[in-house]
Ligand binder design. Structure first.
Ligand code: IMP
Ligand code: MG
Length: 176
């Protein structure tokens, strides 16, 4: 299977870039000049985080975290395993967690508990995609959402299928 096998393009590169620009404007307006601590959740959120930060006019600080619902790792957060922790102290900071997609909500729910325990001033979620039909955890409030999508498995622009397709500049469906 290669990129030509993708069933359907859901969002073109142009559509994604336009939406990311809008999100950056919304965030700039809300934070009104205060520094923003962006945390990119590896690996899927990388292209989104990079494009978003380039469009923000606020002072941006950047950090990365890697967490996985499966696989081997070092620090356990319930069913979530942290494979890379933050390198900056977020105490008292305005933090935005940048995610690629919220599906069941389990990952973000666990991440929120973890971040909250580090006492940021504010903690906000920004996700490129949201699949609300799949939600099982309902206490996750997302402030910034790029696109709401149907219950389909999507790849591209950071999102993978077995680690592939992350490099596509657009987002498409894979028929399973
Ligand atoms: P959740 O914990 O169920 O919300 O799952 C979130 C994670 O599942 C995301 O960070 C992705 O890594 C992965 N995921 C969920 N849906 C998709 C999809 O359609 N394509 C690629 N990865 C997905
Ligand atoms: Mg992910």
């Amino acid at each position: 299977m290669n990129s030509n096998d993708l069933e359907k393009v859901l969002f073109t590169e142009e559509q994604i870039q336009k939406r990311v620009t809008e999100l950056a404007e919304e965030i700039d307006n809300t934070y009104n000049g205060s520094p923003i601590f962006l945390v990119c959740i590896l690996k899927g959120s990388t292209p989104f985080t990079v494009d978003l930060m380039k469009r923000l006019k606020s002072d941006v600080y950047l950090d990365f975290m890697a967490a996985s619902s499966y696989g081997s790792g070092t620090t356990s957060m319930g069913q979530l395993t942290m494979t890379k922790d933050l390198t900056v102290d977020i105490t008292g900071k305005d933090v935005i967690i940048v995610e690629d997609i919220i599906d069941s909500g389990n990952t973000l729910s666990r991440l929120l508990q973890y971040f909250q325990s580090r006492n940021p001033k504010t903690l906000t979620l920004c996700t490129l995609l949201d699949k609300p039909d799949r939600r099982v955890v309902h206490d996750v409030v997302v402030a910034y959402t790029g696109f709401v999508i149907p219950d389909k498995f999507v790849v591209g622009y950071g999102l993978d299928w077995d680690q592939r397709y992350r490099n596509l500049p657009y987002i498409g469906f894979v028929e399973e």
